[in-house]
Design a protein around this ligand. Structure first.
Ligand SMILES: Nc1ncnc2c1ncn2[C@@H]1O[C@H](COP(=O)(O)OP(=O)(O)OP(=O)(O)O)[C@@H](O)[C@H]1O
Ligand SMILES: [Mg+2]
Length: 584
């Protein structure tokens, strides 16, 4: 197709699905298909052609967030679709303001507004003839229906919302809407894109062949959706309760509130992505992943620079993290510590325990909210290599392909174990480390406090004795005496068992305690946080609080509080274990 308006000449040839889109007049049309088939280009071309041919037309380009449009649809529109018209002055761009959305103005009076549903007021007060929604699966059905109500400008003989998307689960509202006949679905294939497929030769172009080879290398659900365009659900999805409509949060343009605690969680990588997640914890204990670095082929020292940069935006400073939780890469940790002048803690690596903890947070609670959110567009910059390879470019994108796999053992007597598939799991690991750090280690600390109220003096004695965490408990002459492990494990009973002094913060109540660690090496790396004097005074204040709440007499002091309970007396019945130590 070629459109000419005075001197402006633009050439675009719609093929297959794109051609169908051009002739469609249905009120709702969805282009659905695998990656790179030319869906977005076709929608933008139709919008542009209609704006040229219908003077005074009002169109709108939409996505869930305005920021995501800047790096996607707007680039295609400026560089491919309206390039000649912009160069000739036929189309001009106006940047907008905090009240007004940005827009392209045509010499013939047509306009194309650009906006995100995250700033809906800027766009939803106007009326349009046609709307283009990019990556429509990101929207809620309410968003979609709100858009359809805005289509009543009447400059074109039909009003229409056109949309594109890569497929999602077959249960997605948009697929259901298509299945119910409310929205017409047009399926796209790679052969519809002339840069990938040569219609004359009936063969892939050189760049098409290498693009398809990359897609063929994908596995699981990404292969299904991005290579073959199928609306399919992953078998054995680990976080099967993750739901974009529930767990994705509006982006933070600057930072979450300053008084929320900050945590950083890091999974090191070079060939694989290095992931640094920035988390904030609200006063109710909910976690928000508000920013992240997700990048390959970059040195840790350069990441350190980026981390520093991300903590200062437009003159605002992000509060320092309470903890920087890292995977066990000693060199990476040392470099980060040196470059950023911070200390880091080793992640709690138990995979299954960590996954269970994340799952518990994803569960929607009685207040209608889960306890973990991921902000949309949290990733600071998309890694162009990962974009090119169609690999996940952020934590959120890993969720849909993080699945269980069976580990086959050569020992016929062993039952195959289910473990997470070790592919595209870098953000998943970092998220697990953080949740384990906050919930599991936190829980152990709180449990310890349960005992502290009873065994106050004994604990202080053990704590004082254990100020050198490198030495086994036995070296302190405490073998068989400690009853502080509420998990029922033996503490101090063997060569490899130690106790570990911890500082505790629980709902603003600071305390301290001892915790069993697995072995000498682990303990050595974890070190012994906090100084004994301050922990000692915290223990005393914790003890006083327990007494004030009338629960000072030892084991009966274990309240039935929630895991993040109101008092510091402990987590409730599940922890009501009898003391395993013979010294009690
Ligand atoms: N008919 C065409 N003529 C020329 N170039 C095209 C045509 N169709 C698509 N392209 C080019 O192919 C590339 C991929 O197209 P586009 O981004 O529209 O694909 P997509 O299906 O939206 O991809 P994704 O699934 O990743 O969103 C773009 O550079 C686009 O300009
Ligand atoms: Mg697209």
């Amino acid at each position: 197709m070629s459109t000419t308006a005075e001197q402006v000449k633009h050439v675009y040839q719609p093929i297959g699905s794109a051609r169908k889109l051009f002739s469609a007049k249905d009120p709702e049309v969805l282009l659905s298909g695998p990656a790179g088939t030319g869906k977005s280009r076709a929608c933008l071309e139709k919008l542009h052609a209609m704006a040229l041919m219908n003077p005074g037309m009002r169109g709108v380009i939409l996505r869930k967030t305005a920021t995501s449009l800047t790096s996607t649809a707007l680039v295609t529109f400026r560089e491919h679709v309206a390039k000649e018209a912009i160069d000739s002055g036929e189309v001009r761009f106006f940047g907008g303001s905090s009240q007004e959305a940005s827009l392209f103005k045509y010499a013939n009076g047509s306009t194309i507004t650009v906006g995100g549903m995250d700033k809906a007021t800027r766009i939803m007060s106007s009326e349009y003839d046609i709307a283009y929604v990019q990556e429509a699966i990101e929207l809620t059905e309410n968003d979609w229906e709100a858009i359809t109500t805005r289509l009543r400008h009447g400059r074109v003989s039909f009003q229409q919302v056109i949309a594109d998307t890569n497929p999602d689960t077959p249960y997605h509202w948009l697929k259901q809407r298509c299945d119910n006949g409310k929205t017409r679905i047009i399926s796209c294939t790679h052969e519809d894109n002339p840069t990938l497929y040569d219609q004359e030769k009936q063969d892939w172009t050189p760049s098409g062949a290498s693009y398809i080879a990359k897609l063929d290398n994908l596995t699981g659900i990404r292969l299904d959706r991005l290579r073959y365009g199928r609306w399919s659900a992953a078998d054995g999805l680990i976080y099967d309760t993750f739901d974009g409509q529930v767990h994705l949060h509006a982006p933070y343009r600057i930072f979450p509130p300053k008084d929320w605690e900050r945590y950083w969680s890091i999974d090191f990588g070079y060939t694989n992505p290095f992931v640094c997640q920035f988390w904030a914890k609200d006063p109710d204990g909910r976690l928000y992943l508000y920013r992240e670095i997700y990048r390959t082929q970059t040195l840790v020292e350069d990441h350190a620079e980026m981390i520093r940069k991300l903590t200062r935006i437009e003159g605002h400073y992000d509060p320092p993290p309470v903890a920087v939780v890292c995977d066990h890469d000693a060199e990476g940790r040392a470099t980060l510590e040196e470059k950023l002048g911070i200390s880091t803690v080793a992640a709690h690596k138990s995979v299954l325990e960590g996954i269970e903890a994340v799952k518990a947070r994803l569960k929607v609670q009685d207040d209608g909210k889960p306890r973990l959110f991921i902000a949309r567009d949290a990733v600071a910059e998309r890694d162009p290599q990962l974009v090119e390879d169609k690999k996940p470019t952020c934590t959120q994108e890993e969720l849909l392909s993080y699945i269980w796999t069976k580990t086959v053992s050569h020992d016929a007597m062993k039952i195959p174990k289910e473990t997470p598939r070790k592919v595209d799991d870098h953000g998943m690991d970092a998220m697990r480390y953080l949740v384990a750090h906050v919930d599991l280690i936190g829980r152990a600390r709180i449990r310890t406090l349960t005992w502290l109220s009873q065994e106050h003096h004994e604990v202080m004695r053990v704590a004082s004795a254990c100020n050198n965490p490198q030495r086994p408990l036995a070296d302190h002459g405490l073998k068989g005496r400690c009853c502080l492990d509420p998990g029922g494990h033996q503490v101090g009973g063997g060569e490899r068992h130690h106790v570990h002094l911890l500082a505790v913060e629980h709902r603003g109540c600071l305390g301290g305690g001892v915790q069993r660690r697995g072995d000498r090496g682990d303990l050595g790396r974890s070190g012994c946080p906090g100084d004994l004097l301050s922990i000692g005074s915290c223990l005393r204040s914790c003890w006083r609080r327990c007494r004030r709440s009338g629960s000072s007499n030892g084991r009966s002091s274990r309240s039935r509080g929630s895991r993040d309970g109101e008092s510091c007396t402990g987590p409730g019945a599940e922890d009501d274990q009898s003391c395993p130590g013979d010294g009690c």
